[in-house]
Design a protein around this ligand. Structure first.
Ligand code: HEC
Ligand code: HEC
Ligand code: HEC
Length: 96
């Protein structure tokens, strides 16, 4: 999987909408070839089956106001406490 598996570098991701990216997930996550979502059906329906909303949540940045990012560490959703830890800015380091 590379960036262009999901992104078209010539089009800003903001203008593509959720459907565009969810289709990318489903290109691979289709039964029986690849694991599909194991969340309860009622929760999937409530979230309109929007994979990105649960698996790549939007979060803020602590160093730059008004900036949001989508967590690209795709995994099973984590609890609020773990999420808080991720939102905390760890810092950038330079190798010398
Ligand atoms: C599995 C699919 C997927 C892959 C692979 C992926 N992205 Fe994304 N990316 C997304 C989604 C979904 C969003 C949020 C789009 C939106 O709604 O604005 C996003 C948003 C972004 C943004 C906008 C800022 C943000 O976080 O909202 C940047 C920049 C970005 N991706 C860079 C990359 C780069 C660089 C790579 C490769 C190292 C990459 N992405 C790989 C799905 C992916
Ligand atoms: C290029 C194929 C591909 C794409 C695109 C892709 N996945 Fe996956 N994904 C995989 C594979 C392969 C695995 C690991 C094997 C498995 O469990 O089936 C995996 C694992 C996962 C897992 C389980 C991770 C864990 O914590 O165990 C989740 C959740 C997931 N993907 C969600 C997504 C979502 C959401 C998207 C779209 C934003 C996406 N995937 C896009 C192939 C893909
Ligand atoms: C309502 C939030 C939600 C939505 C929407 C959602 N998921 Fe999930 N997903 C979860 C949760 C929670 C789990 C972990 C469930 C568990 O404990 O088995 C999960 C688990 C997974 C797994 C891992 C399955 C395994 O066998 O370990 C994959 C892959 C996955 N989701 C893909 C997707 C894809 C693709 C979509 C969109 C079609 C999607 N999810 C939509 C919440 C969601």
């Amino acid at each position: 999987m590379t960036c262009v598996t999901c992104h078209n570098p010539h089009v800003t991701s903001k203008n593509l909408g959720d459907g565009y990216f969810n289709t990318k997930c489903q290109n691979c996550h289709t039964a029986p070839k690849q694991t599909t979502c194991t969340a309860p059906q009622a929760k999937l329906d409530a979230a309109k089956n929007n994979c990105v909303s649960c698996h790549m949540p939007r979060s803020g940045s602590s160093d730059i106001p008004h900036v949001t990012i989508h967590d690209h560490y795709i995994r099973k959703p984590i609890d609020k406490k773990e999420l808080k830890g991720i939102k905390e800015f760890v810092g950038l380091s330079l190798y010398q």
